[in-house]
Design a protein around this ligand. Structure first.
Ligand SMILES: Nc1nc2c(c(=O)[nH]1)N[C@H]1C(S)=C(S)[C@@H](COP(=O)(O)O)O[C@H]1N2
Ligand SMILES: [Mo]
Length: 158
């Protein structure tokens, strides 16, 4: 009985585990408060809408995406643990999709006082909720769609 309870606590309820991956991005690494970022929490951050146009094998996608800047997601999680003067120039973010696809960003390209790139962790495309995990990274201005990671499940800061 205790053993079964232990297994349940360790593995969690299978349905709950599935829900969690479907509606949260896991933040790990060198941030003050690592852990899951739920869709609800993301929706509470000041929203930004960006118009993007990118090419892929499927042609050109034109869409408006709504979400929160990746930089504010980091700040919401307490910011970088590295508080040195040039801390924002020393780290990387690995943004991973459910299929293992990933893109690396540098904190310097995102920090508002440096590159200030408008990377958005989006939850809405035009007026529709995103499918899949519900999260997509969007880089307005990119010609190709490669950095627009679909079905984001994890962001690791190193
Ligand atoms: N998770 C995940 N995201 C991904 C990819 C992928 O294979 N897996 N491919 C990228 C590439 S190369 C392109 S061009 C775009 C295509 O976007 P689309 O699927 O919305 O057309 O998604 C990007 N995001
Ligand atoms: Mo692509």
């Amino acid at each position: 009985m205790l053993f079964a309870l232990g297994i349940l606590l360790l593995t969690g309820h299978p349905l709950r585990a599935q829900d969690a991956t479907a509606s949260a991005v896991t933040l790990t690494g060198k941030i003050a408060r690592p852990g899951p970022l739920t869709l609800d929490a993301l929706r509470k951050l000041p929203a930004q809408q960006v118009q993007v146009s990118f090419q892929s094998e499927r042609g050109t996608t034109n869409a408006a995406f709504t979400g929160a800047p990746l930089w504010s997601v980091l700040q919401e999680a307490g910011g970088l643990t590295d508080t040195e003067k040039s801390g924002p120039l020393h780290h990387t973010l690995k943004v991973s999709g459910r299929d293992g696809y990933f893109v690396i960003f540098s904190t310097g390209e995102l920090a508002p006082d440096f590159g200030g790139e408008q990377a958005i962790l989006a939850y809405q495309q035009n007026d529709q909720k995103l499918g899949g995990t519900g999260f997509r990274l969007v880089m307005p201005g990119d010609k190709l769609g490669g950095r627009n990671v679909r079905d984001v499940v994890a962001i690791d800061v190193e």
